[in-house]
Design a protein around this ligand. Structure first.
Ligand SMILES: [Zn+2]
Length: 265
């Protein structure tokens, strides 16, 4: 079986604030992108289905799925509930949301870090799970994990997982690295913290479907429908072009600088 593309979105909204503007996708464009997937014969599968394919190739509900692809969202923006979920449901497509627990709208005493836009509430998170959306962790306060000493790193990884498991009453075995980035030390800590798999941003197609550095493909506001089709199809050696990875590094840096400016770095 060839590699499975995993798409990475952030927010889906018409008028994003400057902090998320580059990574936010217009709702109309999002619907057009899902139509591209449908029209080109893709089968969006949940990340858990991908793990199942890895554990037992050729078996399970997605063994014969034509052109499997996964759809993921980072951070947990409120617009996932308001904008993305209705569109996903109209297509019958599954998705995974990686939630930054300390950023949630009603995180209360657990609030940590500085959210970049309006975030989901716990009630929203429970509701999207009831609608079949899978939830993974995305750290607790969205730090650059590789910059943390071991103790703080372990806290970030376990606190987010335990909060999600406690509130949702289900196991949370996957996480995505804030800024899509990890080091070998961070990946070891993720394994120790009880995660079964973790997702990075590498703008490559996942050839392996398990582990702690499973690549994902960035969809940005500037991504044209034509480019989106190429990303999904993975043709033309597109993913190894440096431009996209470089682009994400710029976003990462500007977000970091922004956070530093706001004294939240
Ligand atoms: Zn993030």
């Amino acid at each position: 079986m060839p590699g499975v593309p995993i798409l990475m979105y952030h927010s889906v909204r018409a008028d994003p604030p400057p902090e998320t503007a580059g990574l936010s996708v217009d709702p109309g464009m999002f619907a057009e992108q899902l139509a591209v997937l449908r029209d080109r014969g893709f089968t969006p599968v949940p990340l858990s289905g991908l793990a199942g394919l890895h554990a037992a190739p050729g078996s399970g509900p997605y063994a014969d799925a034509p052109k499997p692809i996964c759809i993921t969202f980072d951070d947990g923006y409120a617009d996932f509930h308001a904008e993305a979920l209705p569109v996903l449901e109209s297509f019958g497509f599954p998705a995974t949301v990686f939630v930054t627990t300390g950023w949630l709208d009603d995180a209360g005493p657990d609030a940590a870090g500085r959210p970049l836009d309006a975030m989901l509430s716990w009630a929203h998170v429970k509701e999207i799970v009831a609608h079949g959306i899978e939830v993974g962790a995305h750290s607790h306060s969205h730090p650059q994990l590789d910059q943390l000493p071991d103790g703080a790193l372990h806290d970030e990884l376990t606190r987010s997982r335990l909060l999600l498991e406690d509130r949702l009453q289900q196991q949370v075995a996957t996480m995505a690295y804030p800024y899509g980035y990890s080091s070998a030390r961070v990946r070891r800590a993720v394994a120790r913290a009880g995660y079964a798999s973790a997702y990075v941003v590498a703008n490559d197609i996942a050839q392996v479907r398990s582990g702690y550095a499973i690549p994902r493909l960035t969809v940005q506001r500037s991504t044209s429908l034509d480019l989106f089709g190429k990303i999904a199809e993975g043709g033309h050696g597109f993913f190894r072009e440096k431009a996209l990875t470089k682009g994400y590094a710029l976003v990462r840096r500007s977000r970091y600088l922004y956070r530093k400016t706001m004294h939240h770095g």
